[in-house]
Design a protein around this ligand. Structure first.
Ligand SMILES: C[S@@+](CC[C@H](N)C(=O)[O-])C[C@H]1O[C@@H](n2cnc3c(N)ncnc32)[C@H](O)[C@@H]1O
Length: 233
């Protein structure tokens, strides 16, 4: 058994047959997962998934890193009997080059090792150990290369968690048309001073679209943090 499989096996030992909502925080920590019931952005992603259950398109996450959000989302989809497929796009080797639009005081962008502590093989082993291999697909490589040559099909929820100006631009250019009417597009870094390029790319893209980014007022009130999204018309 691989190290990843052994770690997941141990973490799941006492909770495997309990609803995820009842898992203690220590289990999420052991499994290397974010807690989707307490983490602000995942609360919004759950809300988007619930609001789009009538749609058939895939749930697409652009920016998967180590699978810390993709893992719990896949587990919840299965637990809720939601048949939608989850697709995770990432280089699995960190950022591509950084545009001028991304530079701001206090960002992590100067660190060459940021988001490099991962690999597609490790994340695939994590997905396999959770038993999610049939409902999760990982696509490794830079979005600029992978998105144009991947048959994504219809999308019901598009999660953009990829930080950078050019990355947001590429994902919106390649995937917006695939989002079904009523589908949600979530912008993880729209309100994030570390990543000013994300908001700029979103605002530029939607300038000539019927939808305009909105703040989730409900989560803003509960979390005191801003979550932004659009619902496709
Ligand atoms: C904030 S992390 C994702 C975190 C993950 N969703 C989670 O919650 O654990 C951002 C990821 O976007 C990826 N990324 C950013 N721009 C990319 C690009 N152009 N192509 C591929 N991956 C990219 C980075 O490699 C990094 O892993």
């Amino acid at each position: 058994m691989s190290d990843v499989a052994a770690r997941i096996e141990m973490g799941l030992a006492t909770v495997r047959h309990r609803p995820m909502a009842e898992w203690p925080q220590t289990t999420f920590d052991e499994l290397g997962m974010m807690n989707p019931f307490t983490t602000g952005n995942l609360k919004q992603w759950r809300k988007a998934i619930a609001a789009t259950r009538h749609l058939r398109g895939a749930i697409v996450e652009c920016g998967t890193y180590r699978g810390e959000s993709l893992g719990p989302l896949g587990w919840l989809l299965r637990e809720e009997g939601d048949p939608r497929h989850l697709i995770g796009f990432d280089s699995f080797q960190g950022f591509p080059s950084i545009a001028d639009e991304d530079r701001a005081e206090g960002t992590y962008l100067g660190r060459p090792d940021y988001f490099t502590r991962t690999s597609q093989a490790d994340v695939q082993a994590f997905v396999d150990a959770l038993g999610l291999q049939d409902r999760v697909t990982l696509v490794g490589g830079f979005f600029e290369d992978t998105l144009p040559r991947t048959a994504v099909g219809p999308v019901s929820v598009l999660i953009l968690d990829c930080d950078l100006y050019e990355s947001y631009r590429t994902c919106l250019r390649e995937l917006y048309a695939l989002v079904e009417p009523g589908g949600w597009i979530l912008f993880d870094e729209y309100f994030n001073k570390k990543y000013p390029g994300a908001r700029k790319a979103v605002d530029e893209f939607f300038a000539d679209k019927p939808e305009k980014p909105s703040r989730d007022e409900e989560l803003f009130l509960t979390d005191f943090f801003e979550r932004w999204y659009v619902v496709k018309q």
